[in-house]
Every structure is written in structure tokens, then in C-alpha cells.
Design a protein around this ligand. Structure first.
Ligand SMILES: *Cc1c(COP(=O)(O)O)cnc(C)c1O
Length: 354
């Protein structure tokens, strides 16, 4: 055969995911922790990895890690599921709660992965755009779920890329108003320190997503986890790839989780730097930063694409959303080390003077 028939038509309008990373001195575009895992924790990982049986399949459900995370959160093992990054769990949720004839409610602008997953799984998407200040149009969401056709909803809190938390009272009203699966994406929980965890036992339709990629410096390792009612976890476990969480990642995540207190000073420093960046950005003419409870700040600036270029020429890479729907004119800067943030501020001031 010299030709191949076309792939699934659902793929036609999709592009392979490309975060547009470029080499830079100050890499402030991916919301990673600017500091790597502490040296003593790396050493502990190394000692344990030495004993891994590479010829054996890993524990498919990563039960040691599950137990550790469950216990730390006052949950049973069957309320926790580990995934190959939060992204895998988001895809699994789309497979399990979406699909042809099913409907996902999205609150854009938000994490682009959600709609890609809906498209891949031929799930209908209903959108309730956020308001001009990127707050959730709460009454519109509550009214929309009344129709009873929504199968799952993802509320990102804090929202990426806009930075704000969802209001807890609103989430509780939503959980009561619908039997749709309500996923609260808490990828940035360690920076916001606010969680829906206390409400898990009362709401069988609540799921909470977390990740090791941001506060815990493991973006390169791929580990995320989900909290939910055991009946929800069971369905998601049915669609997951059996060995997606490999043996080495299980060890790295376990050792990092056991040592999570060592990440606290770094997290506190990022929160303090976030406040400083917010003040500095707010004081610049023609720059409008949006308040953030995460480790990044979205800001609107005139001539955003030219500003992005100037920053990049000065070695500072930020994320360009200036042509994304509902985010026109916006850039997002991840909070880095004090030095990186200073480099960003200096480059932005220079760019604005031109
Ligand atoms: C980073 C992120 C995730 C998960 O990332 P992984 O690296 O796949 O764990 C999930 N949701 C949001 C909103 C994120 O920003």
C-alpha cells in the first residue's frame, strides 16, 4: 500500500501539544518550581532506585504511594489514584465521564488540556466564559447545570492561567445542584493553601486533582493524583493504562512526598516573591496584573506580542497568551527565584521604554 487512510476525524482540527519552550536564562513559562529537588532528597532517591527490579512490571496502582498520600490526607487508599502526571488523570476522566453523546462543562479561559481531551473523546463541550475580571459567572453555571445534561465539570482553583481561586461556597452550591462529576483541579494547591478536601466525604460527585509537577519540583518525573469517592476512583481506574506510573517514578514521588516538609521554605519564598512581583507589576503604567493565588501572574500589557519578543531577546521566557481567546493582550509569568524575577522586571521595564 502506498497510502494510508485518514485518522479519526476528531483529530482533524487538533495540533500536537506544543508548549513552545525555548532556551532562556530565566525560564518563567511553565509554572515549574525554579528550584530542583533538594540534594539530600535526590540522594535518598538514588539509594532506592539502585534496588529497583527493572525487569519486573511495577505495581500498577502504585499502592505504597497511594497509602502514603491517603494517610497524610486522612483518606482510605481506595479514595486515591496516582497517574502519569495530572494530565493522564484528566484524560482518564474524559474517557470515563465523557465520550460520544456526553457533555463537559468548561469555564474558559482555563487549562487548554481539558478541551483537547474532550475533543479526543468526542465529548460535547458547553462553555460558560468567565467574566472580564476572570471570575466565574457563578449564577450562569448554576443555572446551566439545571438542564441535567452535563456529565462532568472541571473547575480550576486557582485557575490557570488567570490565577484566582474558585469560591468555596459556590463550589458547594454547584456540588448540590448537579450529579455531574465536579473535578476541582488543585494543581497549585500548595501555593493557594486552599482545598476542597474537607468536603470529599459529603459529596460523592467531588473529585480533586493534585500534581507533583509544580510545588514539588517533579515536572520531569510525571506524577499526579486524584481524590474522590471510591466509586469514582473505580471507574477512572477502569480506563487507565495499567502500567502508566512506572517503578522509578513511584519511588521518586514516594521519597519526595515523605520529605515534603523540605519544600516548605521554597514554597514560602515563591509566595513572598509573588507578592513582590504583583506590587511591581501593579505600579507599572499600562500593565494590568490579575491577582493570583498560584505561582504565576497573568498580566495584560499593550503591544503584548512585541513585549514578549523583547523579553525573550533579554533571556526571559514567559508564556504568550496574547492571541488566545479571552486572553488577548495577556502574558503569564511564572514566579521564579528572586534573581530571575528581577531579570524579568528589568527586561519588562526596558521593553516598555522602547
Ligand atoms: C500543571 C497542571 C496540571 C497537571 O500537570 P502534570 O504535570 O500533568 O501533573 C493540571 N492542571 C493544571 C491547571 C495545571 O496547570
Amino acid at each position: 500500500m502506498r497510502s494510508v487512510r485518514s485518522a479519526n476525524p476528531a483529530l482533524e482540527t487538533l495540533e500536537p501539544y506544543d508548549p513552545k519552550y525555548l532556551p532562556a536564562n530565566a525560564f518563567l513559562s511553565a509554572n515549574e518550581n525554579p528550584l530542583d529537588v533538594p540534594a539530600d532528597v535526590r540522594l535518598a532517591v538514588k539509594r532506592e532506585v539502585r534496588n529497583v527490579a527493572f525487569n519486573r512490571y511495577p505495581d500498577p496502582l502504585a499502592n505504597d504511594l497511594r497509602d502514603l498520600i491517603a494517610e497524610a490526607n486522612g483518606l482510605d487508599r481506595d479514595c486515591v489514584l496516582a497517574g502519569n502526571g495530572g494530565d493522564e488523570l484528566l484524560f482518564d476522566i474524559a474517557l470515563a465521564w465523557g465520550g460520544p453523546g456526553r457533555t463537559f462543562l468548561n469555564l474558559p479561559p482555563t487549562f487548554s488540556v481539558y478541551e483537547i481531551n474532550a475533543q479526543l473523546t468526542s465529548t460535547n463541550v458547553v462553555r460558560i466564559p468567565r467574566r472580564a475580571d476572570y471570575s466565574i459567572d457563578e449564577e450562569a453555571v448554576l443555572a446551566r447545570v439545571e438542564a441535567g445534561d452535563i456529565d462532568y465539570i472541571i473547575v480550576t482553583s486557582p485557575n490557570n492561567p488567570t490565577g484566582q481561586l474558585a469560591d468555596e461556597a459556590f463550589l458547594l452550591r454547584l456540588l448540590d445542584a448537579t450529579d455531574a462529576l465536579v473535578v476541582v483541579d488543585e494543581a497549585y494547591f500548595e501555593f493557594s493553601r486552599r482545598t476542597m478536601r474537607p468536603w470529599l466525604e459529603k459529596h460523592a460527585n467531588l473529585a480533586i486533582l493534585r500534581t507533583f509537577s509544580k510545588a514539588f519540583s517533579l515536572a520531569g518525573v510525571r506524577m499526579g493524583y486524584l481524590f474522590a469517592d471510591p466509586r469514582v476512583i473505580r471507574e477512572v481506574a477502569k480506563v487507565r493504562q495499567p502500567y502508566s506510573v512506572d517503578a522509578v517514578s513511584q519511588i521518586v514521588a514516594r521519597v519526595v512526598f515523605e520529605n515534603r516538609a523540605k519544600f516548605e521554605p521554597g514554597i514560602k519564598a515563591i509566595i513572598a516573591e509573588r507578592g513582590r512581583l504583583m506590587n511591581e507589576l501593579g505600579a507599572m503604567d499600562g500593565v494590568r496584573p490579575y491577582p493570583s493565588d498560584a505561582n504565576y501572574i497573568l498580566f495584560r500589557v499593550s503591544g503584548a506580542d512585541a513585549v514578549w519578543e523583547r523579553l525573550y531577546e533579554q533571556g526571559v521566557l514567559v508564556r504568550d497568551f496574547s492571541h488566545a481567546p479571552l486572553l488577548e493582550g495577556c502574558l503569564r509569568v511564572s514566579v521564579g527565584t528572586r534573581e530571575q524575577n528581577d531579570a524579568f522586571l528589568a527586561a519588562l521595564r526596558a521593553a516598555r521604554k522602547e
